[in-house]
Design a binder for this molecule. Sequence first.
Ligand code: CUA
Length: 321
Amino acid sequence: MFNLSLLILNFITSPSVESPASQQAEKITRLFNYFNIAAVGMLLLVSVLVIYITLKFRDKKGDTRQPSQTTGSTKLEAVMIGGPFLLLVFFFYQTVTVANEVSPTPNRKPDVIITGHQWWWEAQYPNSKVITANEIHLPVGRQVLMELHAADVIHDWWVPGLGNKMDMVPGVKNYLWLHINKAGTYEGACSEFCGKQHAWMRIHVVAQSEADYNKWLQANAAEAAQPSDSLAMRGKTLFQSYTCANCHRIAGTGAKAMIGPDLTHVGSRQHLLTGLLQTSEGNLYKWINHPQQVKQGAYMPDFIMDKDTVRALAHYLEQLK
Ligand code: CUA
């Protein structure tokens, strides 16, 4: 149902390029604002001239004089050609400079490799063997190199507060440099139509101080927590004996497949399904019980499982912190 207040709220709180939080985003926003100033200035200039000329040179009754002709005015032509030409040179120079500053050639191993899937994000940290999904942790205060590609169709990485978009293309490696200035959570979304759940392919970047980031890496490099009670124990056994393990990985268990999101520390993430649900045992239950009712078209089918089985699986996964 159409909900106007929700739409307005969404608009106000949506991530914006006008609040840049990385060095790259600051440069792009500055360039964007140069364009805005030039465009608005041009609009004002033309509008004022049109209004002035319309009023001043209106046809008056009985006035048969012809307007004076300015054909061949070298001065006027020089201004009209020279002005836009200088403006073009200025914007060309600024654009090339910013593009080079924002995207220098990668000169080292990436800090994180992100793969777009229908409809979730896989993140691998090659320096620490961490594999996670959807919630991307990055350090602040230094240059981070991201490698981006896709597993199935073309996706597009875009976190407006952190800078430019970057296409994610199957079989192609694209790179993005990020120097985030301030710790915080930055929201983004896939911005290339990629199928049914394109709208629910949100990005959550958690930018942390170097110390917090290292702590997070360390916690996430560890194998999955052992179940702490009998229900969770049952969930773990079920996870490995059912088809779950054919698609998902839980480090330290027999589940090693990488078709769906890694679940090793799924309970520690804020959201499920790229932001569609908050992580909780109840929401895990809801999802496992009827994936197609929660995120229609997602590649996790509706399995017909009894309630106790679903409860045990949800309980187990929620404990994976
Ligand atoms: Cu992925 Cu749109």
